[in-house]
Design a protein around this ligand. Structure first.
Ligand SMILES: Cc1cc2nc3c(=O)[nH]c(=O)nc-3n(C[C@H](O)[C@H](O)[C@H](O)COP(=O)(O)OP(=O)(O)OC[C@H]3O[C@@H](n4cnc5c(N)ncnc54)[C@H](O)[C@@H]3O)c2cc1C
Length: 322
């Protein structure tokens, strides 16, 4: 739908195929808008991620679970659960994607024009629309001038895109994230008991979270663990190599639980893991330019909040055309 025939061709670009971008895309597409979602990753999901290891091993190395306190998100989770896209895990209102954490994101994007493996590097104004390009200037979706560009990548990446077009959305620069080093481990030791999870809220602890990955529904990998280093340890060791970090996190893990012979280990660095300071608004939107920002940077560090933020941004765009 192109309201006045002058703003691009009415197609909306969404940068980022995490839960926020996917939720926005679903809402806009269901309302009859044309949407293109672009993500630099190999597939959708963002921080709701599953990493493959050797021998069909799989690890949810980003978000561990999601809660569903808001009725709008709870309705989505209920639907995903009924269709086997999500399942309950470990009590306390925890849900996970099935068979991996990214499954609900993939479900939201079903039938939507999704282009993965393409990093947006620049935005360029053309008339009252927008063109997108990779960092080296290669055009993205080169036949399309977009009426809107909705940024759902973490704020440093969104800020760089705004700066490329000399644009500004007040609030984006204020968002702060804690990093997180993640250990993925497959071993032949005794599995953790069914409780699945060990949490440590001591800020000085090396490990903040240990979970038995194979206790989640749909995972049958056998004694796979995911452990997250604490924000302070992750920050202090941010520029270490993944091999060095993996070795040190295994040592820290052995202090907490029995670890058997190791079949596979790897570490992954999340530079922008958990939001420490959010915008405090459901989303940011500038109707005069058609630029918007959504994601956990708006409401806080949860899958649920990121999803609600994406939905809020879609509503802002739809309200503009009402
Ligand atoms: C280690 C870890 C543990 C967590 N644990 C939990 C938990 O247990 N429970 C919970 O609720 N939340 C948890 N979270 C937080 C949760 O994962 C996030 O809040 C949520 O997934 C954010 O979704 P999003 O769509 O806002 O962003 P993202 O999922 O980060 O999506 C942004 C997307 O933008 C893409 N992108 C970035 N730059 C570009 C570019 N230039 N061009 C194209 N694409 C780009 C990225 O590839 C990414 O796919 C955790 C996060 C981490 C990292």
């Amino acid at each position: 739908m192109d309201r006045d025939g002058t703003i691009g061709d009415g197609t909306i670009a969404i940068v980022g195929a995490g839960i926020a971008g996917a939720a926005a895309a679903r809402r806009l597409s269901d309302a009859g808008r044309r949407v293109v979602v672009i993500d630099k990753g190999r597939g959708p999901g963002g921080r709701m991620a599953t990493r493959r290891g050797p021998d069909s091993l799989r690890f949810d190395h980003g978000a561990q679970y999601f809660t569903a306190r808001d009725p709008r998100f709870a309705a989505l989770v209920e639907d995903w659960t009924a269709r086997g896209v999500a399942g309950a895990w470990g009590g306390e209102g925890r849900h996970v994607g099935v068979p991996g954490m990214s499954a609900p994101v993939g479900d939201l994007l079903d039938g939507i024009d999704l282009r993965c493996g393409r990093a947006v590097g620049r935005l360029a104004r053309e008339g009252r629309g927008w063109r997108l390009a990779e960092a080296d200037g290669t055009a993205l979706a080169k036949d399309t001038a977009f009426s809107h560009v909705l940024l759902t990548c973490p704020s440093p990446q969104s800020l760089a895109l705004l700066a490329s077009a000399d644009q500004h959305l007040p609030g984006v620069a204020e968002v702060r994230y804690a990093p997180c080093w993640t250990l993925m481990l497959a071993h032949d030791g005794p599995p953790l008991p069914d409780s699945s999870v060990r949490e440590d809220r001591d800020p000085e602890a090396v490990l903040a979270w240990i979970a038995r990955n194979d206790s989640k529904p749909g995972r049958e990998d056998g004694s796979t663990l995911v452990a997250h280093a604490s924000p302070s340890w992750s920050r202090a060791n941010l520029e270490c190599t993944a091999d060095d970090v993996a070795e040190r996190l295994v040592t820290a893990l052995r202090d907490r639980i029995p670890v058997g012979e190791i079949r596979h280990r790897a570490a992954h660095r999340w530079r922008y893991a958990a939001v420490e300071r959010a915008v405090g608004e459901p989303c940011l939107f500038a109707p005069e330019t058609g630029l918007g920002f959504a994601g956990d940077g708006c409401l806080g560090p949860r899958v649920e909040f990121a999803c609600l933020s994406g939905l809020a941004l879609a509503e802002r765009v739809l309200a503009e055309g009402a």
